[in-house]
Design a protein around this ligand. Structure first.
Ligand code: FES
Ligand code: FES
Length: 169
């Protein structure tokens, strides 16, 4: 077992993990962060996307020990004071989900996408979400939601937005 210390959704955790434990399984099974889900376990679907130090990563593609000393934000850490994150709100208002299984990962990836590109075209959004698969929606309303969130967000340098994403939870 290896001892790791991580900050997840604003709280610090120190735990013993097996060196082979995937980050997504550590989040779900040891921390109870079941909002982050497993779709494929092979890095293909994006359902497990979280932010590591403010950048999106597929948490089934990292070991928990690789997160040692880092800050993680999951879908459960986005809302503040009972208010949905603007991207969560945009997904809700634009009916950008059906079963919802892909939604946590879609939202985490979409936040990273508009932090890098605050004024994305539809094509930019589709390209930026290529690693996140949805079996239900046909993607059209997801693109609309990301456009709505981008339009609602104050223009800010990507670095500042990443800092805000990583630090506000
Ligand atoms: S569960 Fe991680 S990419 Fe599918
Ligand atoms: S809403 Fe069902 S997989 Fe995307």
């Amino acid at each position: 077992m290896t001892r790791i210390t991580v900050k997840v959704d604003g709280s610090s955790f120190t735990d013993e993990v097996e060196p082979r434990t995937l980050l997504v399984l550590y989040l779900r099974e040891q921390l109870g962060k079941t909002g982050t889900v497993v779709g494929c376990d092979t890095g293909n679907c994006g359902a497990c996307t979280v932010h590591l130090d403010g950048r999106s990563v597929k948490s089934c593609s990292l070991l928990a020990v690789q997160a040692d000393g880092h800050e993680i934000t999951t879908i459960e850490g986005l809302a503040t004071n009972g208010e949905l994150h603007p991207m969560q709100q945009a997904f809700h208002e634009n009916h950008a989900l059906q079963c919802g299984y892909c939604t946590p990962g879609m939202i985490m990836q979409s936040i990273d996408l508009i932090a890098d590109n605050p004024n994305p075209s539809d094509e930019d959004i589709r390209h930026g979400l290529e690693g996140n698969l949805c079996r239900c929606t046909g993607y059209q309303n997801i693109v609309k939601a990301v456009q709505a969130a981008a339009a609602a967000a104050p223009a800010a340098p990507a670095a500042a937005q990443h800092s805000a994403v990583g630090g506000a939870q």
